[in-house]
Write a protein that binds this ligand. Sequence first.
Ligand code: GDP
Ligand code: MN
Length: 382
Amino acid sequence: MNLHEYQARALLSRAGIPVPPSEVASTPSEAKRAAERLGASRLVVKAQVHAGGRGKAGGVKLAESPEHAAQVAAQILGMTINGLTVRRVLISPAAEIESEAYAGVIVDRVSRSPVLMVSPAGGVDIEEVAATTPEKIFRIRVDVRFGLLSHQALGLALKLFDDVEIARSAADILRKLYRAFLDAGASLAEINPLVRTPRGEVVALDAKIVVDDNELERRPEIAALRDPAAEEPSEVEAREANLTYIKLDGEVGCVVNGAGLAMATMDLVKYYGGEPANFLDIGGSSSPEKVIGALRIITADPHVKAILFNIFGGITRCDDVANGIVAATRQFRVERPIVIRLTGTNEDKALEILSGVGMRALTDMDAAVRQAVALSRAGTGA
Ligand code: GDP
Ligand code: MN
């Protein structure tokens, strides 16, 4: 789950990291009043969307007065950045920047630990730094048993700032960033830019936190930060229907039980020259309602040209799935060919239910995938 910058700033600030004060506004006049309350002569107005590179896209602008902040907010509100509509802006006193650095903590799959990364080349995407000047990125693996140790933090901070006093402030920020990362159950916590001001202060001007969805259940206060309006609508609907769903760009809509089988199904779709329209796992104990929900979400995607069910009945009962398919086709028009592969628990009952409404099912996965791919290509004229 992505947090907005203003939410991430609040978490960093609560962890004790120096973050300039700010307010959130959803209209130009709110922006003006916020600027007046902040009482600064120069302000920065920033789009609040789940996207990086807002600066380059025109979503971060400086203003010289509250009136100017309102004008700038009017330009930014309603803008689309990365396909996302800007509904709110953050207003903050503009900081003076002497230099911009990067600091971030990620979960590293290879070492299976958090890794703290810093770079003196801040203010630009870290991916870009990694691609063009990888020697400007410094990392350490954090042993979760001991946490980030003072000397490790100071060692990295000295890569960012020569002045020892300034490096000490940065080291303190790095330790607090690591703490905030753990506390939020994050998979990423990033400050870019972490700036040094002409007065020798170190402050965080941007904050990005991505929370691991699996950590949300035991952190209700973090889960409450979710902004469904900023997320892909089909993914919101899927979450509410208790389905694991990720939208992709292809033409074959997939309904599968179990994440492993869903991955294998997508692989096979690609192997036979098709493109999956989604990853969708209806889970173990599937009720007909879940199948109806799944079909509703998939049929709402205009790119889907054919729908493939791949069900391996174990705890999931094939007759439940068949009942769901039949019920869904009665509730709304599917209007796309459906290829059904099911095998296992209550397979016979499922076949009976389906043949009762003139539908057929296959038991062979390979044959079903080939058929679905062929139908999706016929549907696109490819
Ligand atoms: P991003 O482009 O989405 O990462 O948005 P950022 O918040 O990182 O802003 C992009 C750039 O705008 C920063 O790298 C800074 O150069 C500039 N910027 C952001 N906030 C301020 C500020 O308070 N003062 C000044 N002078 N520049 C800022
Ligand atoms: Mn940034």
